[in-house]
Design a protein around this ligand. Structure first.
Ligand code: HEM
Length: 259
């Protein structure tokens, strides 16, 4: 529990602002944020392992958990290939992302990490395909960060073009292309369609983002299109909802950029 809270609080750092830092670092050719995050993550993992080792030495009567089992296997050394401490850490890390340590943390970890890393991959992929947009993004980052060795939260506000790049990426590659399914409470007529009560409804955000009746030349990666319109991604404009909308809108959509 304690570790999960710690990881969660790191995620706030790791996801909302520094994932941008990571992206900026990649574009700027340095990875100092990644190295720092790796060090911090490693410290948390070391703490988890240390607590379990001490619990083992106390001869604790508590039920074994996954980490206890891994450490026991490691101690006995009965495997053909020895289990290193890095192996143990890797399993803990994956488990933290997959098992429910406590409900909110699991949901938050998965919701926050997969979506963000997926978006960053698409940003890099689109930029690689469009060298002119890549250069423009790099130029802005280098100008804004000139002479700095460390990013501050406020620097994000000056990275206007990067903001457009991310918005355009989310239009073309929403990480949850069908959002989360909804159930219709009561029978409804919508645009001539009859939706029965209890029907499961999915919203195809991917298709909406590429609808030629909404977007000009929808298959082109063109961040500038967002200069000309004021669509935000906070669920107010139904033609652009990569973070969903309504009462279950993604809480992560409040990125540190003013709209
Ligand atoms: C590029 C980044 C992200 C995208 C595109 C994204 C997208 C989404 C989408 C589409 C949903 C479902 C909304 C709906 O069905 O209406 C959702 C839910 C959620 N997201 Fe995100 N997300 C991102 C980052 C994050 C981050 C950083 C966090 C946490 C800090 C987060 C936490 C959540 C949670 C907890 C939910 C469930 C909300 C609920 O069911 O009430 N997401 N996200």
């Amino acid at each position: 529990m304690k570790e999960s809270i710690k990881l969660l609080s790191m995620l706030r750092v790791a996801d909302l602002f520094p994932s941008m830092s990571f992206l900026i670092s990649c574009l700027d050719g340095s990875s100092f944020q990644m190295k720092r995050l790796r060090r911090e993550m490693d410290a948390v993992l070391n703490e988890i392992i240390e607590e379990h080792v001490m619990k083992g030495e106390d001869g604790g009567e508590m039920e074994e958990d996954l980490v206890d089992v891994l450490l026991r296997i490691q101690r006995k050394g009965e495997l053909q290939v020895p289990l290193t401490m890095d192996n143990v850490k890797a399993v803990i890390l994956v488990s933290l992302f997959n098992f429910s340590l406590f409900c909110t943390s699991k949901d938050m970890l998965v919701a926050a990490t997969e979506t963000t890393s997926n978006t960053m991959c698409w940003v890099m992929s689109e930029l690689m395909k469009t060298p002119n947009i890549m250069s423009k993004t790099q130029l802005e980052i280098r100008e804004v960060l000139r002479g700095k060795t460390r990013l501050e939260d406020n620097d994000i506000h000056d990275l206007h073009y990067l903001h457009l790049v991310i918005k355009e990426t989310l239009r073309m590659h929403p990480p949850l292309p069908l959002l989360l399914p909804r159930t219709c409470n009561k029978a409804t007529e919508l645009l001539g369609f009859h939706i029965p009560a209890k029907a499961r409804v999915v919203v195809n955000v991917w298709a909406i983002g590429r609808d030629p009746t909404i977007w000009k030349d929808p298959e082109s990666f063109c961040p500038e299109r967002f200069e000309e319109n004021s669509r935000d991604f906070k669920g107010n404009n139904y033609e652009y909802i990569p973070f969903g909308s309504g009462r279950r809108v993604c809480p992560g959509c409040y990125l540190p950029w003013p709209e």
